[in-house]
Design a protein around this ligand. Structure first.
Ligand code: SAH
Ligand code: SF4
Length: 350
């Protein structure tokens, strides 16, 4: 049975045409779901009843089952747990700011990359999400905000999983969400964060999209980066920076580097200077954030002073950066980094 949220608009057109429906029907359904945010065919009252019934019987709508939800004590951050049909669980976060409503979405259950400080990495890999499972996370909060006459302003692909390890499903979800006939989400308000899968950074650069790219760097020497991010053994810093430069050349967009500051490890002046050396002349921005401690890793968050000193050194080398505050999911977060990183991407509204 086709899953509705996996389909692109042309694919929906093909399906409904094969059912003998007139050409305008696909657009009608598409707009009802992605513009009006109907949760399923039963809610699309403009459709003839037989078509509503056939859609309900032959296409699956909604495969994410909402489970636990948690809210930070300041009420500004909310995390929603979803169960997938096979019993796996993923998380999606919504953060409220003065002017922004940002959702942080997952692309995999677990993650294969094994970054030592990451709660998802510590879980190991379970499976890729489908495009539809990625899309539905966004729709969940979009619907909820709509009910409050509010709307999402930013999407960050910084939840569980490595989006470029699940490239096709992630980009298909981006296509669906940015479709001008439907959800029409601005590509410039969407940020994909990667651990640094070099061939995929290049592929993404070649697509010349308006989507923002963030690279999780966390260290500027190969020894240290490989200790923290095992993927660095496969794609060392020199290759990551070559790919980042290629991205900027292809898209004329700046690249964001993410850096979780771990006390006494990667918060040193030496690391800041090494970074400045690597990034010389590169159009970039650095987001530093104190580490969110996780159960599986002994490292602690760098102090505010160290974070400020780190950015000072970057500034001396004319590299812009900012320290991001932790958004408080002040509960035992199974997937610590969601709450930490989400909303930290450089955004046009910053
Ligand atoms: N897999 C992608 C996107 C998801 S992780 C990536 O790694 O970029 C989103 C961000 O959260 C990454 O920058 C990641 O390094 C960071 N992160 C993971 N665990 C963290 C922690 N405990 N504290 C702070 N940042 C963390
Ligand atoms: Fe995966 Fe990103 Fe966590 Fe690394 S930081 S383990 S790539 S989710």
């Amino acid at each position: 049975m086709p899953a509705f949220y996996d389909l692109t608009r042309p694919e929906l057109e093909t399906l409904l045409t094969a059912w003998g429906e007139p050409a305008f029907r696909a657009r009608q359904v598409w707009q009802a779901v992605y513009r009006d945010l109907a949760a399923g065919p039963a809610e699309i009252s403009t459709l003839p009843k037989p078509l509503r019934e056939r859609l309900a019987a032959e296409v699956s709508f909604g495969t994410l089952a909402p489970a636990a939800a948690v809210r930070s004590s300041d009420g500004q951050t909310r995390k929603q747990l979803f169960h997938l049909p096979d019993g796996r669980a993923i998380e999606t976060v919504l953060m409220g700011y003065a002017r922004r409503r940002t959702t942080c979405i997952s692309t995999q259950a677990g993650c294969a990359m094994g970054c030592v400080f990451c709660a998802t990495g510590q879980m190991g890999f379970q499976r890729h999400l489908t495009a539809g499972e990625i899309v539905q996370q966004v729709l969940w909060f979009a619907r909820e905000l709509q009910a409050q006459e509010d709307r999402l302003t930013n999407i960050v692909v910084m939840g569980m999983g490595e989006p470029f390890h699940n490239y096709d499903a992630t980009l298909r979800a981006v296509d669906v969400l940015t479709d001008p006939e439907g959800f029409n989400f601005g590509a410039r308000r969407l940020t994909i964060s990667t651990v640094g899968l070099v061939p995929m950074i290049r592929r993404f650069a070649d697509e010349k999209r308006q989507v923002n790219l963030a690279i999780s760097l966390h260290a500027a020497t190969d020894d240290l980066r490989a200790e923290l991010l095992p993927v660095n053994r496969r794609y060392p810093l020199a290759e990551v920076f070559e790919a980042a430069r290629y991205y900027v050349a292809q898209t004329h967009r700046r690249v964001t580097f993410e850096w979780a500051l771990i006390a006494g490890r990667n918060d040193t002046p030496e690391q800041a200077r090494a970074f400045a050396g690597l990034a010389r002349g590169l159009m970039c921005h650095v987001n530093v954030i104190p580490l969110n401690p996780t159960r599986g890793y002994a490292g602690q968050a760098a102090t505010r002073e160290r974070a400020a000193a780190f950015l000072d050194i970057l500034a001396q080398h004319h590299i812009p950066g900012s320290v991001r505050v932790r958004r408080g999911i002040d509960v035992d977060a199974g997937c610590g980094q969601l709450a930490v990183r989400a909303g930290t991407a450089a955004s046009p509204l910053d």
